[in-house]
Design a protein around this ligand. Structure first.
Ligand code: IPE
Ligand code: IPE
Ligand code: MG
Length: 254
């Protein structure tokens, strides 16, 4: 019996979407969760109200990912460039992981989700680090969805850090220059233990990478939507997954 998903409300009619239609589910989905500020502004609310609403959408998105058997979900939560924002907004954003985990960690554990991060973890405030470290520890043996938060993440810094560390190891004669190849560099990235994303989603209508996973997205399929992150629903997510079904990934071949 094919499992039927709930009927989604669309403007025209209610269309049942069946999971059996999703024969080619991306293993790794990365999302640039954008548009919280604009969402709040449209409602006459302070920007942080958008971030709060966005946090609850993260929970729903994780559940959708689990339901559709996605193996890795990487979410861009805070960039190395986001420090430029007003101090109170930065602080609010960096307190959100603790708030999120306080509310949702038990559910994530129940769902067999493993939590990891990529980015400059050490430079995060103590309250963020402690909460996230605790969650990583608590979920480290789970073998369901890998929920990977990009926290204080910037791709150029990641690549630079990898090169420096690689050069150090080369100085220590761990390998020779001839042995330096793509595979080796990949091992020095924050993403060393995960496959490259198959699908990248960015919400809010912006069509740029904003310094996200520049190396890893070389052959990823992109999907953009005008929907603002706090309005991102299972229906929108499934639309992206359906669209992915029809992509022909040639990797330069024919
Ligand atoms: C995404 O929403 C959240 C983060 C970047 C942390 P924004 O805060 O960027 O919202 P907009 O783009 O200003 O609407
Ligand atoms: C990218 O969104 C970062 C995150 C979603 C965490 P931004 O809103 O910071 O990116 P720009 O400034 O529009 O490029
Ligand atoms: Mg933005």
């Amino acid at each position: 019996m094919p499992m039927k998903l709930p009927f989604f409300k669309s403007k025209k009619e209610e269309i049942p979407i069946q999971t059996e239609e999703l024969t080619n589910v991306p293993e790794h989905v990365a999302i640039i969760m954008d548009g919280n500020g604009r969402w709040a502004k449209q409602k006459g609310l302070p920007r942080i109200a958008g971030h709060k609403a966005g946090m609850d959408v993260v929970k729903d998105t994780v559940e959708t990912a689990v339901k559709h058997n996605i193996k890795i979900l990487t979410l861009f939560a805070f960039s190395t460039e986001n420090w430029k924002r007003p101090k109170h907004e930065v602080e609010y954003l960096l307190r959100l992981p603790k708030e999120f985990l306080h509310i949702y960690l038990p559910d994530l554990i129940k769902n067999n989700v493993r939590i990891e991060t990529i980015g400059d973890f050490d430079s995060l405030p103590g309250y963020t680090k402690e909460a996230v470290q605790y969650a990583k520890e608590k979920t480290k043996d789970n073998d369901g969805l890998l929920l990977n938060f990009a926290l204080n993440y910037g791709s150029r810094k990641e690549i630079l850090r990898a090169i420096k560390s690689m050069m150090e190891d080369m100085d220590n004669e761990e390998f020779s220059l001839e042995q330096v190849d793509e595979k080796l560099l990949s091992k020095y990235l924050y993403t060393h233990n995960v496959s490259d994303p198959d699908l990248l989603i960015r919400t809010s209508g912006e069509q740029r990478l904003s310094n996200f996973l520049l190396w890893q997205l070389a052959y990823t399929e992109f999907w953009f939507t005008d929907v603002l992150w706090p309005d991102f629903t299972e229906e929108v997510f499934v639309k992206a997954l359906m669209d992915y079904q029809n992509r022909s990934r040639r990797y330069g071949g024919i």
